[in-house]
Design a protein around this ligand. Structure first.
Ligand code: DOR
Ligand code: ZN
Length: 346
C-alpha cells in the first residue's frame, strides 16, 4: 500500500501549555488533527470552568488562520472542585472531561488529589451526567518502584473506584503495561484507554541503555519490551476501547537536559507518520483509522470527523525537524530511532 486515506484523526490527550510554547506547538497539532483533549496541568492549573473558557480562548487565538481545530477542554480535579461548576461546564458544552492527577504523580500535579474520598461527590455527579474521568494511572507512594506504579494503581485505586462507581466513565490515560491492557479488556464499555505514539515505539532501554537520554523520559515511564508489545497488539487490534492520545508534552530543552529533567516527549509533529510506520510493521494499516479517528469519538459520544487525512509511503526515509522554536527556546522533537517512510498530506 502506498497511500492511505483515513478520516481526520483526533488526539485524545494533549499538552499545549500556554504563551510562547502554545504558539510554537499548536500548529503541529492543528495541521493534522481535528480535535484534541487539552490537558489542564498549567501553572496554575485549570480548575474552574471560567479558567477553562479563558484557556480555550487563548488556544483559539493562537490557532493558525484556516486551520479547523477544536480544543476539547478538561478540568483539573482538586479536593475543592465544585460539582456544580463541573456540571455547568459540561452542560454548556465547554468541558469534555475531568482529569485526575494523583498529587505528585507528574508535572504540575501538586494540586492533584491526595484522598479520593474528598472528590467522591464530584465523581458521583460525573457518573450521573456521563462526564468522563481521564486518569493518570500511577500511585505516588515512594516505596513503590517507578516501573510498578501503574500496575499497583490499577489494583489499589482504580479497581476499588470502579466498584464504588461502576457508572463512571473512565479513560486510563497513556496506558504503558500489559497489566493495563488486560485490565481495560476485562472491563465494560465504561472504560477506555489512550495509548501514546512513543510507548508503541520505545521501551525503557531507549532512556537508559548506552547513556541517559532525557528526551525519552516521560511519565508513566516506558516499560520493558513485553509491555510495548502488548500495547502494540492492543492499538492495532481494532478493539474500540483503545485509542490515540499522544500525550505530546513539550518542555524546552534546558528543562529536559539538566540534572533533574522534566517528564514529557514532544510528538505532535511526527505522530501520524510514526503511527503509520508502526501499523505497517504490524501489518495492520487497515486498523489505523479505528485507533486514530474512530474509537476515540465513539467513546466520547462524538461524531467521527468527515474530513480526511492522506498518508503517502515513500522509499526514502522522511526527514523531520529535530527541534521546534518556541519563543527564545527550542523543544526537541521525538526521534523514533527507526526510519519513517510516511508523509502526511491533507
Ligand atoms: O511525561 C509526561 N509529561 N507525563 C505527564 O503525565 C505529564 C506530562 C507533562 O505535562 O509534561
Ligand atoms: Zn499527559
Amino acid at each position: 500500500m502506498t497511500t492511505l486515506t483515513i478520516r481526520r484523526p483526533d488526539d485524545w490527550h494533549l499538552h499545549l501549555r500556554d504563551g510562547d510554547v502554545l504558539e510554537g506547538v499548536l500548529p503541529h497539532t492543528s495541521r493534522n488533527f481535528a480535535r484534541a483533549i487539552i490537558m489542564p496541568n498549567l501553572v496554575p492549573p485549570v480548575v474552574t470552568t471560567a479558567q477553562a473558557a479563558a484557556y480555550r480562548d487563548r488556544i483559539l487565538k493562537a490557532l493558525p488562520k484556516g486551520d479547523d481545530f477544536t480544543p476539547l477542554m478538561t478540568l483539573y480535579l482538586t479536593e475543592t472542585t465544585d460539582p456544580a461548576d463541573v456540571e455547568a461546564g459540561f452542560r454548556d458544552g465547554l468541558i469534555t472531561a475531568v482529569k485526575l492527577y494523583p498529587a505528585g504523580a507528574t508535572t504540575n500535579s501538586q494540586s492533584g488529589v491526595r484522598d479520593l474520598a474528598k472528590v467522591h461527590s464530584v465523581l458521583e455527579k460525573m457518573a450521573e451526567i456521563g462526564l468522563p474521568l481521564c486518569v493518570h494511572g500511577e500511585v505516588t507512594d515512594p516505596a513503590i518502584d517507578i516501573f510498578d506504579r501503574e500496575a499497583v494503581f490499577l489494583e489499589t485505586v482504580l479497581a476499588p473506584l470502579r466498584e464504588r462507581l461502576p457508572g463512571l466513565r473512565v479513560v486510563l490515560e497513556h496506558v504503558t503495561t500489559e497489566n493495563g491492557v488486560d485490565y481495560v479488556k476485562a472491563q465494560d464499555k465504561n472504560v477506555g484507554a489512550t495509548i501514546t505514539t512513543h510507548h508503541l515505539m520505545i521501551n525503557r532501554n531507549a532512556i537508559l541503555a548506552g547513556g541517559i537520554r532525557p528526551h525519552y523520559y516521560c511519565l508513566p515511564v516506558a516499560k520493558r519490551e513485553k509491555h510495548r508489545l502488548a500495547l502494540r497488539a492492543a492499538a492495532t487490534s481494532g478493539d474500540a476501547r483503545f485509542f490515540l492520545g499522544t500525550d505530546s508534552a513539550p518542555h524546552i530543552d534546558p528543562l529536559k537536559e539538566t540534572a533533574c529533567g522534566c517528564a514529557g516527549i514532544f510528538t505532535s509533529i511526527n505522530t501520524m507518520a510514526c503511527l503509520a510506520e508502526v501499523f505497517e510493521q504490524e501489518n495492520a494499516l487497515d486498523k489505523l483509522e479505528a485507533f486514530a479517528s474512530l474509537n476515540g469519538p465513539a467513546f466520547y459520544g462524538l461524531p467521527a470527523n468527515e474530513a480526511t487525512l492522506t498518508l503517502t509511503r515513500q522509499d526514502e526515509p522522511v526527514v523531520f525537524p529535530r527541534k521546534v522554536a518556541v519563543g527564545q527556546d527550542e523543544v526537541t522533537v521525538f526521534d523514533p530511532m527507526i526510519p519513517i517512510h510516511w508523509n502526511v498530506g491533507s
